[in-house]
Every structure is written in structure tokens, then in C-alpha cells.
Design a binder for this molecule. Sequence first.
Ligand SMILES: [Zn+2]
Length: 501
Amino acid sequence: MTTVAIAGFQHETNTFAPMPTGYEEFTQAGSWPGLTQGTDVLSVFNGLNIPVSGFIEAAGDWELVPLLWTAAEPGGYVTAAAFDKITGMICSALSRLSGIDAVYLDLHGAMVVEHFQDGEGEVLRRVREVVGPDVPIAVSLDLHGNLFPDFFELADVVTIYRTYPHIDMADTGRRCQALLQQRIEFGALAKSFRQLDFLIPLTAQATMREPAATLYSELSQIRPDHVLSADIAMGFPPADIEHCGASLVCYGTSQSDCDLYADQLLRELQQKEAEFAEPMMPAPQAVAEAMELNRMNRKPVVIADPQDNPGAGGSGDSTGLLRALIDADATDVWFGMIWDPSVAAKAHQAGVSAVIDIELGGRYSNGEVANEPLRCRARVAHLSDGHFVFSGPMYGGATAALGRMALIDIENTGIHVIVSTVRTQNADAEIFRHMGIKPEDKGILVVKSTAHFLADYTPLADTILFAEADGLNPCVVERIPYTRLRSGVRLGARGPEFVAP
Ligand SMILES: [Zn+2]
């Protein structure tokens, strides 16, 4: 009988976001379950599209010992207190176990802690201290991991999502289980690690679009005989750390085959450099195009606001794109959503049909980006407690816990805004539907998302536009003010090379 301890601790840290990520953020449910401990992990995560769910499902007759699973919405630095507490919970539970054969960790890969640039590397160091050098540690990661060489050394095997939108999270957990099984059978595997010398903008990483679509389809095809697994992490650019950026990992039973294949994959990535082009256009231009298209089409135009994507550390309360829509007199606009717990509370207090004077959003800035509340009068059109079941390809089956939500109609405009209490990305059209809105019938839909929305919104959209408005998730990598990035990395396809100060 193989006994495996399993735990999950996920955070994607945007070091330019001013909101620190504390322990409380890790306890809260949102689009995913909140902090879950012990055997509850087996029932809570049953059947979800989350790595630990896939790992559990694939484990068959292995005896699993679940320790805990937790994740917080992407945001600023993880506090040292939260990191110490959560890794402490994992390590003390591990230290009470005897005779485990392996550890599986469901991590992100882009966690930055106040005092550690490489959050995952530090998790592994602490876990390794408890289990010793001989117990294999298997890790699954998000496609947006910024992998440090030390992290790679500390993990026995790593698998990484191959889709963005991340529709293969559970599958990545399954692949991790299979690779761990091979590690247990064959003993220590040969492994190779390579880092790319340019940064790929988040908005250019989507695997439903080129060039990532071709790159990833090749990844799952032909490999040399002695290579068991290979994966690419595209990196998470809004992180001012030494090893920000794309990298790849390769595992097998022959070091030379792993090295050859890793070099081949790296070359394929390098050859596509010029194709990783930033798709954003200025917000007023995106609005004008959407209005023009809307006059001719019966299917909705979707405008994304990538730079205020809460799923990449944006506050979700930036009013830049909303102002561009108001300035252009756009109508039939369904804006999902603005994070503003106080306006949501006020709307709930006033009730449906009430007219309220509000200062909407605009509270968060890091000093670099503009963000002001929108002072307006609005009618409350619909209320919700934020509990509903997602149905899209990424979150489908999971229960949302987004707190009090309100749909408000901004007076003297044709603009309708969903206001939320829990900060989260709109990657699932149920966010509209549960508020009584049929997104398929609307003119212009706005989502604060970089790419995850593509999975659920592409089928219902006539056209998708990416608007450049102010937000805390800088997507134009040439303009990101790095200070810690390793020297010699090019900032985007045609961007300048970063030279360490
Ligand atoms: Zn991701």
C-alpha cells in the first residue's frame, strides 16, 4: 500500500498590488472553497476542476492523508504571518505522520511572501526538513508559475497546467499522480530545467489563441522514448522577483534525452517570440469599436479589462473602462463587475427599485495608476446573496460564495453594473445569469478578466476586444518597473532588455 500525504497552498502574487494577502484571505471561500482541513478535503474537492481533485481521483488504491487545502484570490504580497501559519499547519501535520511514501502538493508557482521571493521554494524547503531527503515530493503548478531553480531542485516531479483559461486543472493533478507513480517505480528521475530569456505578456499567453495554441498542442504529442513528462510555465509578469518569467521542466529516465527535449522545447518557444503580441487597444477605441459592432450584430461584443483583473491581483474596482463607456454614451452595456462591498451593502439595505446615491469603486491604487470613485445615482435592479453554481468550462460544478451582490442601473445611461462583495474575476457567465441577465441577448458585456473569460464567453460572443484601462495588473511588460529581475531578460517580444541596476 502506497501512502501519500496531500496538501494545497495556492497564491498568485502581484507585487505591484497594494492589498496584502493575509491569513483571513486564505480562509475565505470565493470562486473556490476556502481553507479546508483533514479528511474534509476528500469530500469538498470531489469532482471539481482543481488539481487536488484530479490527484485524489487518480490515486486509486493509494492511501491518501489529506492535510489541508487553501488558496486566496490573487493579490499583493503574502504576509509572513499567513505564510508561517499555513506552512506550519502543513509541516506539523506531516511531522505527526509516520511511514508515508510520498508528498503531493497542489501549489501555484507564483507566490511571493514578504520575506521570500520564492514562496513555493520555501514551502518545499520546510516540507523537506520534515520528511527528509528520500521521500518524493510531487508538485502540480499553475501555468503562470515563475519557477526558481532552487524550487525545481527541491521537487522530485512537477506537472503544470497546459491550458489558459485553465480548463485542465484537475487533469494536471491526474498527470502529477501518474508521474509520481513512475517516480516511485523507477526511483529518482532524470530532470531538466530551462528558463526563457524574454517575458511573455499575460494577455498573449492564452492557449485558445496563437501562438500558444500550437505550442501546447505540440507539447502533448511526440517525445523521445525516455522522456516521461514535459511542461511549460508561461510565467506571471506582474511580479518583481529575480526569476519572473517563462520556464520549462522535463522528466524521464535518461538525462541526455531530457536535456535534448528541453532544448528543443526552449527553441520552439524562442522562435515564437515575435508572435506573443499584446492584443490590448486604448479603452476609448475598444468602446467605439464595440458600439459600432453592436449596431450591426445580434450577438454580444465582449470587452475585457485585463489590467483590472482580480484574478491577477487587480483590485476589481477600477473605474477607468466604466468612465470610457459613460463618456461615449454607450448603451445596452452589462458591466460585470465592480468590487465594492459598501455599495453592495447600501443596495441591499435600500432594496430593489430604490434609487441610491453612490461613490462606486475607485478606492485602490499603488500610486502609479489612476483610480477614482464614480459618483452617480443608480437604481437597484436586482439583488443576490452571491451563492450559485458555476457552469462554465473552468469553474463548472463549483459553488460560488461571492457575498452580497447587486445589479444597479446608472441613472441617465444605458449602463448596468454588477457590484460584488467578494473580489473575484468574471470567468463564468453564471455571474450574469444568476442576476437575472441573459448574456446571450445583450449588446456589450464587460468582464474584468485577462484570458480565463475566453472559455465561457467565446461561444456567446460576436467579437472579443481587449481594452487598455488603468489597473493594478500591468500587462504591457515593457512598462513594468522591475528592480529585482535577473539581468539579461528581454521585456516582451520587442521590448528592451532588462539590465539589473
Ligand atoms: Zn493561472
